[in-house]
Design a protein around this ligand. Sequence first.
Ligand code: SF4
Length: 248
Amino acid sequence: MAISAENSKNPGFVTRLALRYARLHGEHLLKPLINTEFTQEIALVSSFGADSVVLLHMVSRISPATPVIFLNTNKHFTETLTYRHDLVKLLGLRDVRDIEPDLREVSRLDGDGRLHVKNYDACCNLRKVRPLERAVTGFEARITGRKRFQSQGRGLTETIGWAGDHVAINPLAGWTAEDLKSYILKYDLPRHPLVARGFASIGCAPCTTIVHSGEGVRAGRWRNHEKTECGIHASPADKPVRNASLEY
Ligand code: SF4
């Protein structure tokens, strides 16, 4: 019987799920979770960034109708939007949802479009955290691309855990940069075009710079600022930006 036949809010649910599946990773982990445990109730959250093609490809092989949530902050690089379009077509993904920030909130809080200059956390709350909370309502579990090697804060990422009120599935938690590269080469998958220009991690254009030799892969995100995460993948090791005030 599927573990998720029980309510995911039951005490110990995630522990039982992890006991059964956390030794698996990649497609071997995703297959039973998508096909058996969380049918219709699981979504992949994808930035269509530097490594996103790996999970998108896995999901397309298992079930191309799996919902994919793309947070269109309206601050992305043009290259990201083009890549998103081309990749969806190439992989045959059938349920990609472009989630935008609430226009009334944007008008009230970021009328001049420069909130990111004044307050990163408030901007991420407005353009990422709150839209995602709305988008995942109704889902039990969300799949993310977090990897332990990416940063100190992500070093504790569990394969199966909690993200807010949802079960968090991190199929690539234990993968290395080499694992990702090998997978992409094996299936001859297209990389985000900015990777070739030195962008090792790709988020919104105003908050992303290229990464230099010897730097961590996420060093180009919010460069020269203590912020390291946008706040959509809450974990015990992350800075608690989820409650950052929308006002500034
Ligand atoms: S990454 Fe930058 S532009 Fe994007 S939502 Fe966060 S602060 Fe705003």
